[in-house]
Design a protein around this ligand. Sequence first.
Ligand SMILES: Nc1nc2c(ncn2[C@@H]2O[C@H](COP(=O)(O)OP(=O)(O)O)[C@@H](O)[C@H]2O)c(=O)[nH]1
Ligand SMILES: [Mg+2]
Length: 370
Amino acid sequence: MRITMLGGSSSGKTTYMAALHHVMGKRKSEDFHIRPPIGAVESLHKIGDWRALDFVERKYQFPFATSDTTEWLFDMYYADDQNEQLNESDVVTQFEWIDYRGADVTDYFDRSTREQLSAAEQEYEQRKLLDYLRESDGIIIFLDSILLSYYKDLDRRITYTNADCINTILRLLVNYHTEGDAKPVDILVLLSKADSDAIGDKYREDGFSLLKKLAREVLWEAVDICKKNERWTGGIIPVGAVGKSSTFTEISVEDTKDVYSIKTEIRPPIEPFNCECPLFYCVGQYLKRHRKQIKEAQLALRQKEEEIKQRQRRSNLLYWFLRLVFGERGLPKQLDRIEKGILDNYFALTEYGRYLDPMIKLAREAVDEL
Ligand SMILES: Nc1nc2c(ncn2[C@@H]2O[C@H](COP(=O)(O)OP(=O)(O)O)[C@@H](O)[C@H]2O)c(=O)[nH]1
Ligand SMILES: [Mg+2]
């Protein structure tokens, strides 16, 4: 399953991976674990090193700044016994979790910097990102909660959270989609750093309702797209990678009131919250989306088999001919249309349905509609 994280530099993408590693790599959540895959992998992108993310090993420093698009590869396991040994047979699904280079998200879609590029250069970079998104099973948009609550006027909130670039990307993606076959798109807005002590309590009240309201305002285009397009679904969730009582933040405003610098220190122990929810939400949406597709295909398949049986009664010769053309089990043509990888993954996931249900439910409760 491919998930792509989108957000400007410093929006909290890599730190989120560190938190995911903390809650599901070192610990487990509802008996689900994540582990880097066994064996070497080849990739066009940098492969993220999980060990370098560990909060404890890093003496509770935030992760290093990443400058490339990074792929975080991991397998999700289910193991309910106390034995920490995980077997390959316990793999529920595999993830390719993309930390898309923040500067690419902002530079190529920002009106002011866009003008410094040639049209061909800009188009090439934009297509690259749009292709990535088109091939993704879920898109997670990172909005910095500190910036969202810090700026008092809408224009600056939009600019500094990079919401304008994200809106542009989504608008282009809608157009890009209609060019080919429209695939459903699931977007999840992740309000990063929601644990920060730099955010006033009023933003947290009533399940972060004020923060969510501000996010919907700046991402108005995303909200609009989800409302108008049946195939687009959007969710929103506040996430903290370290926990409220574990952050100590200093904001210093430089001469022009716009530029500010922010330093956060982590005071262990850490208490990440809602970190596993985006992952489980994506799994839930994947199952929901493909369930419908597969049900339709199965129904068509059954009708086809029935047809063949009827014809068989009429003519054995015709039956053999059909078998030759359609294959042993009577042409899973409709199923063929769904990519094999998707089918395999869907059926593997449904095997764990009973165990996944509580987590998917939890994730859905934590996620509001956009
Ligand atoms: N309080 C708090 N600060 C965070 C959190 N995530 C990121 N930060 C801060 O934001 C900075 C940039 O985060 P990073 O993950 O490197 O952003 P990226 O460029 O999107 O990968 C970090 O160094 C932290 O200071 C979080 O969950 N809580
Ligand atoms: Mg990063």
